[in-house]
Design a protein around this ligand. Structure first.
Ligand SMILES: [Zn+2]
Length: 213
């Protein structure tokens, strides 16, 4: 009950966008992965030559915080607009970008990948566009990354918003290949096929949901 009051007051002060309230208040303190899991994850990144910086844990609003996060410094593919990311999510993302997206760009689209444009990771907010109960997004713990587009070295810029529904066979194959790979590497993958809230980005989250739309 006390947690609920704290949440309600927090929402009143912060003018939360949704008038609905969660039926279950989120845990006030983000637990996150164990120290052992985070250490293993960091070892995996080092072994694969990923350059990163471990970040200090921080708690923000109830259910929102950073535990076991890193900042990716060099994964082989520049990614814009990426701050703190939970290590397991960062690992899945780095390996997807390097082993799926970059080869797919080269082999299917005929150009090396110059950069991936992200729309960030951490954001203390609820999920959007779903009809189910209100709940905190994976972004509230930096356990999800949103991807808006890709820039190729030949100058082409491919965005989820403009090119997801393209009739170009190469682009269709590119989306298909990187989506399939993402669905194997992340627990939740949401695309424009899921709902209108995702018309301009791919939501990639390191949970165990096995949800790929
Ligand atoms: Zn997202």
């Amino acid at each position: 009950m006390r947690h609920y009051i704290v949440l309600a007051v927090g929402c009143a002060l912060a003018a939360c966008g949704s008038p609905e309230r969660p039926s279950q208040p989120p845990p006030r303190v983000v637990q996150g992965p164990s120290l052992r899991e985070t250490a293993q994850c960091q070892a995996d990144l080092r072994r694969e030559g990923v350059d990163f910086q471990p970040l200090p844990d921080k708690q923000f609003a109830p259910g929102c915080g950073l535990v076991g996060t890193v900042k990716l410094l060099d994964i082989g593919v520049p990614t814009t607009n990426l701050g703190a990311v939970r290590c397991g999510e960062a690992r899945a993302y780095a390996f997807w970008a390097r082993n799926a997206v970059a080869p797919a760009a080269y082999q299917i689209l005929g150009s090396e990948l110059a950069k991936i444009e992200s729309m960030g990771s951490y954001s203390c907010r609820n999920t959007v566009g779903t009809s189910g109960p209100v709940r905190l997004s994976g972004h509230a713990t930096a356990n999800a990354i949103d991807i808006g587009g890709f820039v190729l070295k030949d100058g082409r810029r491919i965005t989820v918003l403009n090119d997801w529904a393209s009739a170009d066979p190469a682009l269709r194959q590119f989306w298909d290949v990187i989506r399939r790979s993402a669905c194997r590497r992340f627990g939740t993958v949401l695309t424009p096929d899921y709902n209108a809230a995702h018309r301009n980005h791919l939501h990639l989250e390191d949970d165990k949901a096995g949800f790929c739309r």
